[in-house]
Each structure stands twice: as structure tokens, then as C-alpha cells.
Design a binder for this molecule. Structure first.
Ligand SMILES: Nc1ncnc2c1ncn2[C@@H]1O[C@H](COP(=O)(O)OP(=O)(O)OP(=O)(O)O)[C@@H](O)[C@H]1O
Length: 261
């Protein structure tokens, strides 16, 4: 397995405020990495830096051995990185298929035929279990369906690295589990490497290979899900609540500190 992504010294300052501070991690091809942390910990900013939506103040981002630091989002997309947005904003007047075909077409910078864009769209709809029927409308989709559409639009650009800003907060427990299984399925079927950003720890821990935890813009823990869930620093920032539920789910031996926490 080759290296997909290398992040070093990644820092973002907004005026005098440091939102992301010296973040560094590696990601292997085919891995699912969870990026978690409480509100305001710097998850979205880190994500936006990798996707090119924000220029970093310092640090480097290397994709498959090539420096992509500071490239604009369309250029990053053409290098094989796709992202989803926390708040889906589809074209409501277009059908589901049209929305996804447009993403395929523009994601490829118009270098593919319309027929190829439709084909890629159908494939992405199939992968996300959305109706491939050309008449199905966006209006009929609920919160979970809109998340799938967001995922389908990203997948239609045929990325090698998917940045999934899932934020499953609006979904019920069953829908959250299905969304998690879907990411796992996408990795298995297509070998796509995934960074999954999520505020809720529990649902993510079941499918990620590794995770990193941010707090105040810095990595406070990194490792296997059960290691991270038992890390006293992680338990502290999540005030025990979510971490306890996760420990039950992922198992593993609790450390002396967390037992007493
Ligand atoms: N454009 C901006 N200008 C100034 N401050 C910003 C900007 N974007 C983010 N911040 C600040 O940077 C910090 C990190 O924000 P970020 O959105 O990355 O956190 P997050 O972990 O994604 O939070 P959430 O789970 O709430 O989405 C926050 O304190 C936020 O207010």
C-alpha cells in the first residue's frame, strides 16, 4: 500500500487566532481515517485546508508524493480529491441524476463526454443506493437522502481520496449506522481512501481504521479507535459522555485513569 497523503506542520491563523496548529499526520492508500473533536476544535478548518478552500498559514500537504499546498479547490479536485459539504446544497430544480452528472462533468473539467458523465453519475447513484431513475427529484429526499446525494456528487468525480464532512447530527441512529456502513462499502468496492470528519464519536469509531482527535486546533490523540476512546485526554474533552458510549462499542481494556473518570 502506498502513501496517499502526508500533512506536516499544518497551521491556520485567522488574524491573531490560531484555528489549526502544527497538525501532522500520514494516510495510507485505502485507509479510513476519522477526524474528530469537539465543536470549534479545528476539524472543518483542517478539512478546508486539505481541500484547498483555505490557504494555510504554514505547513505542507503532499498527495501521492506531490505537493498540493495552496492549490485552489478545482485543482485539488483534478488531482483526485473530492469532498462533501456538511450542509448539502443541491440544485433543487434538477433531478438527482442531473445533479450528479453535472458534478461528474465539471469534476473532470469538461474533459469527458456527456455520455461518460451520465455513466459516472449512474455508477455513483448505484454506489450510494439512490434511485438511478432519471426522473427522481431532489425534493423527495429527506436528510439522509440529501447526505447520500452529497456523497454521490463527490464520488462521480472518481476521487482516489474522499473528504467526507458528514456531520450526521440530523439523522436518527439507524440512518447514522447506514451512513457509516456506506463509507465502509465505498472503500471496499472502490479502494477509495477516506478522511471522515465527524463531531459524534460513536458512529464513526466502528468503521474507521485509525482516528485523530483535535482540540483547540491541536492533535491531542491519534491511534486505533479503542485506544483513542480510552485516552484520558479524549475522555476529558468529550466530558466522558460520548467516550463512554464508544468504549462500550469498540471494547478494549480501559486504562486505570478512565475507569476512575
Ligand atoms: N473564517 C474564520 N474566521 C475566523 N475564525 C474562524 C474562521 N473559521 C473558523 N474559525 C474559528 O476557528 C475555530 C475552529 O473552527 P472549525 O470550524 O474548524 O471547528 P470544528 O471542529 O470544525 O467545529 P464544528 O464541529 O463546530 O464544525 C473556531 O473557534 C472558529 O470560530
Amino acid at each position: 500500500m502506498g502513501e496517499m497523503l502526508q500533512v506536516r506542520g499544518l497551521t491556520k491563523k485567522f488574524g491573531g487566532f490560531t484555528a489549526v496548529n502544527e497538525v501532522a499526520f500520514d494516510l495510507d492508500e485505502g485507509e479510513i481515517l476519522g477526524l474528530i473533536g469537539p465543536n470549534g476544535s479545528g476539524k472543518s478548518t483542517t478539512f478546508n485546508l486539505i481541500a484547498g478552500a483555505l490557504p494555510p498559514t504554514a505547513g505542507t500537504i503532499t498527495l501521492e508524493g506531490r505537493d498540493i499546498t495552496g492549490l485552489v479547490p478545482t485543482r485539488v479536485c483534478h488531482k483526485g480529491v473530492a469532498r462533501t459539504y456538511q450542509i448539502p446544497r443541491p440544485f433543487r430544480k434538477l433531478t438527482i441524476l442531473e445533479n450528479v452528472a453535472l458534478a461528474a462533468y465539471f469534476g473532470a473539467d469538461g474533459s469527458i463526454s456527456r455520455e461518460e458523465a451520465w455513466r459516472r453519475a449512474e455508477d455513483a447513484l448505484d454506489l450510494t443506493q439512490l434511485p438511478v431513475d432519471g426522473r427522481a427529484r431532489v425534493d423527495g429526499l429527506g436528510a439522509a437522502g440529501l447526505k447520500k446525494l452529497e456523497l454521490a456528487r463527490a464520488l462521480a468525480t472518481q476521487p482516489r481520496l474522499l473528504l467526507a464532512d458528514e456531520s450526521l447530527g440530523g439523522l436518527d441512529e439507524k440512518e447514522m449506522d447506514q451512513a457509516a456502513d456506506m463509507l465502509s462499502h465505498i472503500r471496499e468496492q472502490r479502494g477509495i481512501t477516506i478522511i471522515w470528519v465527524e463531531h459524534i464519536m460513536g458512529v464513526l469509531m466502528r468503521v474507521v481504521d485509525r482516528c485523530i482527535v483535535l482540540d483547540h486546533g491541536e492533535i491531542i490523540a491519534a491511534g486505533l479507535p479503542h485506544e483513542v476512546a480510552h485516552d484520558p485526554k479524549v475522555v476529558e474533552v468529550y466530558l466522558g459522555t460520548d467516550a463512554e458510549a464508544v468504549q462500550t462499542q469498540v471494547g478494549g481494556q480501559a486504562s486505570a485513569e478512565t475507569v476512575g473518570a
